[in-house]
Design a protein. Structure first.
Length: 137
């Protein structure tokens, strides 16, 4: 083989290796973003159900305009360990509620410390009630 052919083979291998590395990085980034979106969606579903609990009268099993004594089961998720904790394939969810403030803290099941925190403040106007923060994403 000539020197030019060997150079072409080496360059071809380098280009293919770079393509594989870039592909793996893109796949990993998309997987993380998908996980973040799924956990955020779960938090929003829990918050939506919690708002239903908030408005429901106490004699019907609701909070009567309060998040006091809310349990994860009131938000549509099975309890895992205690009444405030639930788990699915995406994350472990911990809820807290007091007065007009409700919080969902979700820790990803992926083994790292990625968290999503959703806060719902019913004393705020409709567009400003929900705030979401992300840690380690």
């Amino acid at each position: 083989m000539g020197t030019q052919q060997l150079l072409q083979i080496v360059l071809g291998v380098i280009v293919i290796a770079i393509g594989v590395v870039v592909g793996i990085n893109i796949f990993d980034a998309n997987a993380q973003e998908s996980s973040k979106d799924a956990i955020t969606e779960d938090c929003l579903l829990l918050a939506s159900a919690a708002q239903g609990y908030y408005y429901k009268p106490a004699y019907m099993g609701g909070g009567d305009n309060s998040f006091e004594n809310i349990a994860i089961a009131d938000c549509g998720m099975n309890a895992a360990g205690n009444e405030q904790t639930g788990e699915n394939t995406n994350a472990i969810y911990v809820i807290t509620g007091s007065g007009s403030l409700f919080t969902v803290s979700a820790t990803s099941n992926s083994g790292d410390e990625r968290t999503v925190v959703l806060t719902c403040d019913m004393s705020q106007p409709g567009d400003n009630r929900i705030s979401i923060s992300y840690k380690s994403w």
